[in-house]
Ligand binder design. Sequence first.
Ligand SMILES: [Zn+2]
Length: 417
Amino acid sequence: MYILNKQPKTAMVQLYDRLVDKVADTCVKLYNGLPKTGKPIDNEWTVLSCLLQYDKISENLEVVSLGTGSKCIGASKMSPFGDVLNDSHAEVFARRGFLIYLYDNIEQALQSKKSIFIFENGKFTLKDNIEFIFYSSQLPCGDASIIPKEDEENFGEVLQSLKQKACEDISDIDLKKINGDIHRTGAKCLPDSAQDSKEPGTNYHLLGQVRIKPGRGDRTQSVSCSDKIARWIHIGVQGALLDLLINKPFFIHHFVFGAGVPYSEESLTRSLLKRTDVSMVIPDVMPKFYQSRLVFPHIKSDLNVRPAAGSIVWSKSRSVEVAVQGRKLGVTKKKLKLFNNSLCISKYNIYQRFENIINQNEELKKLINAEDVRSIPYNAMKRKSIRYLEKWELVKKVFFKAWTKKPDMWNFSVNDT
Ligand SMILES: [Zn+2]
């Protein structure tokens, strides 16, 4: 890891840079301390994403979940039993690891132990002093990664030297690189919507489109990380199940990105906040975007050309797990048939966790209006989350204008196998 040097700054800006760098440094140090399994080898690269918790009273900053990876499985490999992860991008793994952290805290509040939640009147409320920060070593795939090359901010020494060179000898420089070209994304527009022109230069991509992640084999059905993060910003990061248990949704306040990769605050704002002018979908918490000066050691580069096959997930107080093709590494085929041997962040295991919590408390059973929670399949339980789904329908219609059509296939129930 190294720090990119920039122009001299005022004391205030230096302080701000140090705080942003502290976020990145905390995440990368945690990553460096994890075992090697699942990390890039030889010429491989990966993405690192983390959720951090900031306590405004104690000023304590800590990573509570971590994810790595850049792979996604094709639609034919999705499992109706909820035991295979469809999407193994770092951002998604970090957010699902964050859900585990939230469930841990919900359970602690239920047992009157130390927690970030208060349990009162049958619902959980996040304490006022807690804020969440998201870190990622690069911008999310999809719409936010479509960055005009001339608009790049802080692309570090590379761009700096390019600009200096331009002043010294204009004939020596590839003008197309700094004028009239864009960074592209591998994510494709939805099949039934308008498509990229793929013309050379700035018109290559359409802007503001919901995009599908690339994957090996058949087409994936997972939307890009730009789309997923925009969704968290607009309806909360908790998801449908957890929304049933909490008083109000909660949001990420700050987004910090790594250096040494293309970055544009304008692209982030356009893609995550302003795809539409309609004021009906203003986020409850308007997040801020920052770029740290710290470079994650395994970024994609001229040396690191192949994406790592594995994905790592880590959640505070839990052991690290490694996934390949959405399944937990190191589990025998026979054991994989027992769905709770899937990753801790699989739909199956998260739903099992949810049910265990409901079964501990009569008020929670009443809340979801079910005497026997185990009789309700996963997809039917999600449909009970009316507040969440109503907000989602509005945001989908007004902000995104389209979304991927996944089959309603997760009709599984948790059993005791
Ligand atoms: Zn992604």
